[in-house]
Design a protein around this ligand. Structure first.
Ligand SMILES: C[S@@+](CC[C@H](N)C(=O)[O-])C[C@H]1O[C@@H](n2cnc3c(N)ncnc32)[C@H](O)[C@@H]1O
Length: 353
């Protein structure tokens, strides 16, 4: 072993302890969300532990200890002179307001589910076998759906669809849309609410997700123009779609080229594929940051294992980047691949024959 640099060791220990605290922090966020503690603090101004406990209907001793953990983590402000706690408007956007595009508590369901699945992943690491989407703990499905719903709500209708040539005009007049790998269907429902003249069908290979998507469409009151079917990306039915969408799912597929080829076969003349993928640069060294850490971890535990569970098993990974994604559509027979939008979490492409 080489000589230990004390400074580097101390810096790295700080980082690792910070990460351990953040791991506990996830449990604290989940408890705070589910007990209604953040919501109880939203717009309440400075509040004591006793007052918050009463508002949320929880035991004061637990609430005080939880508040102290939140104050230590910078998730609430603490006034020592008055012994009160306060959620700032910025903290409320992230922790209390479910309609905010940066609401985070649901996202903690995803790593929570992965802890349950650790034995399956240990086996997969040792054998190289896959773990299918549906084999994961159920906390993954709602957590994933809720995590992606917020950026879709913030961007899909206002930014992404208008960035695709001529698509909004077709949707307004009445278009046929396929949402492949639709999960719980939030993307389909958001589009259907904005474009009542169009008809939408969501396809997903995971039966429980299709059931959840149907429930969500019912609750949103868009069943007249949206329906969902259990189907794989390589075999979904229908023809002459004006728009075929892949929201954060192409990289999960065992055979993304096969999925893209099938999309080509089902498109109407002058139809468009909209591809939404997690943000990534082409080169690993350009993804070595917090978002890269988050996404590579999800890719290791969710995306690659699912892809390896399907035929071909390409295991593209969720950090494929534009060049590799373009190559997939080129192999599938498409001629045009254009980046039309991006934000720190998403890349959006228009793909045409
Ligand atoms: C990360 S989730 C994304 C779900 C949804 N599009 C969203 O953005 O919330 C990936 C989805 O792709 C689906 N999926 C994976 N492979 C598939 C395939 N070969 N055919 C159809 N769906 C597939 C999974 O069942 C899962 O619902």
């Amino acid at each position: 072993m080489g000589a230990i640099d004390e400074n580097k060791l101390n810096v790295f220990i700080q980082q690792a302890i910070g990460d351990l605290a953040a791991g506990f922090g996830g449990v604290m966020v989940s408890l705070g969300h589910k007990c209604g503690l953040y919501k109880g603090m939203h717009d309440a101004g400075p509040i004591t532990a006793g007052q918050l406990a009463e508002r949320a209907g929880c035991a004061e001793r637990y609430v005080r200890e939880w508040l102290n953990s939140q104050a230590a983590g910078g998730y609430v402000e603490y006034d020592a002179a008055k012994d009160t706690y306060e959620l700032t408007p910025e903290q409320a956007m992230v922790l209390a307001d479910e309609d905010s595009p940066v609401f985070i508590p649901h996202a903690w369901e995803v790593p929570a589910s992965i802890w349950f699945d650790e034995d399956k992943l240990l086996r997969a690491f040792r054998t190289g076998e896959g773990v299918a989407w549906g084999e994961h703990h159920h906390r993954l499905f709602c957590g994933n759906a809720a995590f992606f719903k917020a950026p879709y709500q913030a961007n899909l209708v206002s930014n992404w669809l208008p960035a695709l040539g001529g698509v909004v005009e077709k949707l307004s007049a009445g278009a046929r849309v396929a949402d492949v790998g639709c999960g719980h269907g939030h993307s389909t429902i958001i589009m259907a609410e904005a474009f009542p003249n169009s008809r939408f069908v969501g396809f997903d290979a995971h039966a429980d997700s299709v059931t959840a998507a149907r429930d969500n469409a019912g609750k949103a009151g868009v069943e007249d123009r949206v329906h969902y079917e259990i189907s794989s990306a390589k075999t979904f039915p229908g023809k002459d779609y004006d728009l075929v969408c892949f929201f954060d799912c192409l990289h999960d597929m065992g055979d993304p080229v096969g999925g893209a080829r099938h999309a080509a076969e089902t498109l109407a003349e002058d139809g468009t594929v909209m591809l939404v993928e997690p943000f990534a640069n082409d080169r690993l060294e350009d993804n070595l940051n917090t978002i890269g850490r988050l996404f590579y971890s999800g890719s290791t535990t969710i995306c690659c294992p699912h892809s390896l569970s399907e035929e071909v098993g390409m295991a593209l990974g969720n950090q494929a980047g534009e060049t590799r994604l373009a190559r997939i559509f080129e192999e599938a027979g498409f001629n045009s691949f254009r980046r039309v939008a991006e934000n720190p979490f998403n890349l959006v492409f228009e793909v045409k024959l």
